[in-house]
Design a binder for this molecule. Structure first.
Ligand code: NAD
Length: 550
């Protein structure tokens, strides 16, 4: 019988219960006989040693027996709190199945019931009442953060103001940074800035986790955000800050204010733009056309639409158009009709796309008048791409480009079946919600989601790996080109404009390399360029397979 020798634990590795209760180090029943002896675990675990693969199978078996996605979300969260490596193995190996559970759509439900399903805190809550001491609060975080995802909970997905309950979003998003790009979990810090909520039912909800007050606005809001940004840089120099699910009126302002000052981006605006630009590049591989020759009509004129239009316009400029010529190739339709110069009700972010044109009230008439080569739905108006709309697109284009990106599925402008049927199988389609493959005219089409998770994890990893001082449009363009190049001929053959999601870590490594390369090339990196940028990026990727502790 081997002797138990607690003293053979390597430095920094606790022993006994402390080890089993540390989610960053725990391996549960997978601790080997040798580890059990050396680390004081004998008797604290059931005798049989399982492999990590067996543990993954057990987790999946349990999860698949739960009918309700929210129960699966809670079970996965509990696993995250218990055994981080196993949680990320389950995510990495089953990303197609797990992404909708840890992020949209399930995370939306989880945020709505955040107070009720709350078990353990994760990340940091910074309240309006922390004004003047935010740096001190951030110092309570025990690790050196490399990336912060921050929300103020005002526009959580399509669900509106969920106040501090919005914390599910930064937590879920950072899980995807680790699962999809291998950003180390210790570098990830989810933050909710609790400025209050104007959601009356939350203010009355006894389980609500946030401050019982209406939202702080105006100068007081701006000062709080400014203090947070300054404090975050003081406590975590070189941290990347990703803004997430801020309402339109703050999202664009914050991005404009901080993008030239710190290493930051807004995924709703810029990540979306990059993944959609990649989809357009893939579609153009099929049509053989040039981006700068396209005319793109958006349904919707919010964060997603104008973010996409801005990046598409930059990419057109890179292909030789002037900025104003590029803007004239992007047209928006919002709830009041075509965005045109004579309108007096336009928010600032729409103005670059206000065109000289007679008023048009509806989308079909806009298609007939403008003859776009591509339509992009980001309006959250379910069914807005009607049969008439898609037939008209197919009449004026040999291969019409049709992106119906609104979430959740009920808000999608059209579904995959409609996109192929109503364009006689000629549509080049991407979606924002998952759709099954479609059989039409003897051919099987495999629609793929233009999911932001193709882009933001790689961009974050590239910025961290190169210690980038800024995240620029150039980097998002490089990310889009890289993603489109990773789409194979057989993907295109079956109508897929994005690579298969299980390739996500490979995709993210390539995108991170492109972003880091750009940072080195443009003098925005915080370290000298390594000889092999890809190898340097890959060496920083977290691997959730267990390692031996002795
Ligand atoms: P938003 O609230 O900022 O914008 C919505 C826009 O739609 C507004 O400009 C509004 O005026 C317009 N709109 C509303 N009703 C309309 C109507 N009847 N006709 C025309 N326009 C109308 O929201 P957002 O962040 O831009 O997101 C919009 C949608 O895109 C959401 O469903 C979101 O889930 C989806 N989205 C998808 C992806 C993706 O697939 N990768 C990424 C981001 C957003």
């Amino acid at each position: 019988m081997p002797d138990q020798n607690k003293n053979s634990a390597p430095p920094g590795i606790p022993t006994g219960l402390a080890l089993l209760q540390d989610p960053a180090l725990n391996k549960g029943t997978a601790f080997t006989e040798k580890e059990r002896n050396a680390l004081g675990l004998r008797g604290l675990l059931p005798p049989h040693v399982h492999s990590q693969d067996e543990q993954v199978t057990r987790v999946l078996t349990n999860l698949r027996q739960l009918a309700d996605p929210l129960e699966k979300f809670v079970a996965l969260n509990a696993l995250h709190d218990r055994n981080e490596a196993l949680f990320f193995r389950v995510l990495c190996d089953n990303i197609d199945e797990m992404q909708p559970l840890v992020y949209t759509p399930t995370v939306g439900q989880a945020c709505q019931k955040f107070g009720l399903v709350f078990q353990r805190p994760r990340g940091m809550f910074i309240g309006a009442n922390d004004r003047g001491r935010i740096a001190q609060v951030l110092r309570n975080w025990p690790y050196q953060a490399g990336i912060i995802v921050v929300t103020d909970g005002e526009r959580i997905l399509g669900l509106g103001d969920l106040g501090a309950n919005g914390m599910g979003i930064p937590v879920g998003k950072l899980s995807l940074y680790t699962a999809c790009a291998g950003v180390h979990p210790r570098l990830c810090l989810p933050v909710t800035i609790d400025v209050g909520t104007n959601n009356e039912s939350l203010l009355k909800d006894p389980y609500y986790v946030g401050l019982r007050q209406r939202r702080v606005t105006g100068a007081a809001y701006d000062e709080l955000i400014e203090e947070f940004i300054t404090a975050a840089h003081a406590v975590f120099p070189a941290v990347v800050i990703q803004f997430e699910d801020f309402a339109n009126h703050n999202a664009f302002r914050m991005l404009d204010k901080y993008r030239g000052r710190i290493c930051t981006f807004n995924d709703d605006i810029q990540g979306t733009a990059s993944v959609v630009l990649a989809g357009l590049f893939s579609a153009l591989r099929v049509t053989g056309g040039k981006l700068s020759d396209q005319k793109i009509l958006f349904l919707g004129a919010g964060e997603a639409a104008t973010g996409i239009a801005d990046l598409v316009a930059s990419a057109m400029v890179a292909q030789g158009l002037t900025e104003s010529a590029a803007h004239q190739r992007c047209w928006l339709v919002d709830s009041k009709g075509l965005v045109i110069k004579s309108r007096t009700d336009l928010a600032a972010h729409k103005i670059p796309y206000a065109q000289e044109h007679a008023p048009i009230g509806d989308f079909l008439s806009a298609i007939k008048a403008l003859k776009p080569t591509a339509i992009i739905g980001v309006s959250a108006v379910g069914g807005a791409f009607t049969m008439d709309v898609l037939e008209e697109m197919a009449r004026i284009n040999e291969r019409p480009i049709v992106f119906a990106l609104s979430n959740p599925t009920s808000q999608a402008e059209c579904n995959a079946e409609q996109a192929y049927q109503w364009t006689s199988g000629r549509g080049l389609f991407a979606c924002g919600s998952p759709f099954d493959r479609v059989k039409f005219n003897g051919k099987t089409f495999v629609p793929r989601q233009g999911n932001n998770s193709y882009i933001f994890p790689g961009v974050g990893l590239g910025a961290i790996a190169s210690r980038a001082r800024r995240i620029t449009d150039d980097m998002f363009m490089a990310a889009a080109h890289t993603l489109a190049h990773l789409v194979t001929e057989s993907d295109l053959e079956q109508g897929s404009l994005y690579p298969a999601l299980p390739r996500i870590r490979e995709v993210s490594a390539h995108i991170a390399t492109a972003v880091a390369d750009n940072a080195y090339h443009k003098g925005l990196a915080g370290k000298p360029k390594p000889q092999d940028v890809m190898a340097d990026v890959q060496s920083q990727m977290y691997d959730p397979h267990y390692k031996s502790y002795i």
